[in-house]
Design a protein around this ligand. Structure first.
Ligand code: SF4
Ligand code: SF4
Length: 341
């Protein structure tokens, strides 16, 4: 979620609402990326995997998404997957209706098919394309969304490149530099974001960078951000990769985002990764960006994070009070109707 959106949504937090909503628009994806968290057995946390859920299509999908949005009144909606482009026809109907509500919409895709013309330069719409490394490595991990297809499918657009750094990308000292230089030179890419692979607790996957690897990533990104302006990451956010939030409760991103899976009912918690993510090895750009904001000092001894936690506690009380009042109102209505019978 955008830093600006969190700040402008402070009133929503106090009122017990979460300002960001992330929706897995579909359970379908033509890719089979190694280390994909969406299809991980732990993701939904209820013994089911994403592919087991019932999802929707056509007008049923559009209507249910709009209902989910209207119930929660978020400022920021992320449409993720599976791959949301699997439902590109529904997106054509959904997007204008979301944007007309004044919501900032982000679509996260592998760009395995052409991005619609109507998405070009659309205010309040951001298209994020996942590109994991340079062509030789990316094409192995993310076929059929190969470089050749992505380059053709994003032509004329202004996408955000999002790369999840894995340990494999650290085997060559210049790898990250070469990646950022390549995409900096592409006129269809307006920004570059770099995350680091985030594992589940206890996981031991080849994608997970070591502690030394993580320090190397931080050194590299701090240097590269001064060389390549398209690398859209504040130094304070990059440094947070060495000190991610200690738990979901301390993660501003997790606390400000509701994540719904493809049945539009299952809530993914504690954050978009689901399951039991290892916060100590979190590398999510949204989480570290907001963690950096949380460290910002507003006055001596007062940080944005402390103020945020206080506001969150107020919001929880407001939610509780609202539930109690709704329960009393419903009981009173039942009693009144019984009296009339
Ligand atoms: S494109 Fe995304 S959802 Fe699909 S397999 Fe890859 S990581 Fe998973
Ligand atoms: S894994 Fe990352 S995004 Fe998820 S709750 Fe932990 S710190 Fe936040």
């Amino acid at each position: 979620m955008q830093t600006q959106a969190v700040l402008s949504a402070w009133g929503d937090i106090l009122a017990g609402r979460t300002p960001a909503l992330s929706i897995e628009l579909t359970k379908e994806c033509p890719l089979r990326c190694p280390g994909c968290y969406a299809f991980d057995a732990a993701h939904l946390g209820n013994g089911q995997v994403l592919r087991d859920l019932s999802d929707f299509r056509g007008e049923a999908l559009v209507g249910r998404v709009l209902r989910a949005v209207d119930e929660r009144a978020p400022r920021h909606v992320s449409l993720v997957g599976g791959d949301p482009l699997v439902r590109f026809r529904e997106l054509e109907s959904l997007l204008p209706q979301l944007l007309a509500r004044g919501i900032f919409v982000q679509i996260v895709t592998s760009a395995f098919r052409p991005l619609p013309e109507s998405w070009r330069n659309r205010p309040r719409l951001q298209v994020v394309v996942s590109i994991d490394g340079l062509q030789p490595e990316h094409d192995v991990r993310r076929a059929p969304a190969t470089y050749e297809r992505i380059l053709a499918n994003i032509r004329g657009q202004q996408i955000v490149v999002h790369c999840t750094i894995t340990a494999q990308m650290l085997s060559r000292a210049d790898y990250l530099r070469d990646f950022i230089a390549y995409w900096s030179a592409n006129p269809d890419a307006k920004k570059i974001w770099m995350s680091v692979f985030t594992p589940q607790r206890g996981a031991d996957l080849p994608e997970i960078p070591s502690a030394a690897g993580r320090r190397f990533i931080v050194e590299q990104l701090l240097r590269l951000r001064t060389e390549f302006p398209k690398l859209d990451m504040a130094a304070s956010a990059i440094e947070q990769l060495l000190a991610p939030p200690a738990s979901p409760e301390e993660c501003i991103f997790a606390q400000t985002t509701t994540c719904l899976s493809a049945d539009l009912n299952t809530v993914i918690s504690p954050c978009q990764f689901g399951g039991s993510p290892d916060c100590s090895r979190c590398g999510c750009i949204a989480s570290i960006g907001l963690a950096a904001l949380g460290k910002h000092r507003l006055a001596p001894g007062v940080t944005v994070g402390a103020l945020f936690q206080g506001s969150l506690a107020v919001g929880k009380q407001v939610r509780r009070a609202r539930r109690v009042l709704a329960g009393r109102a419903s009981a009173a209505a039942k009693a009144a109707s019984a009296g009339l019978d």
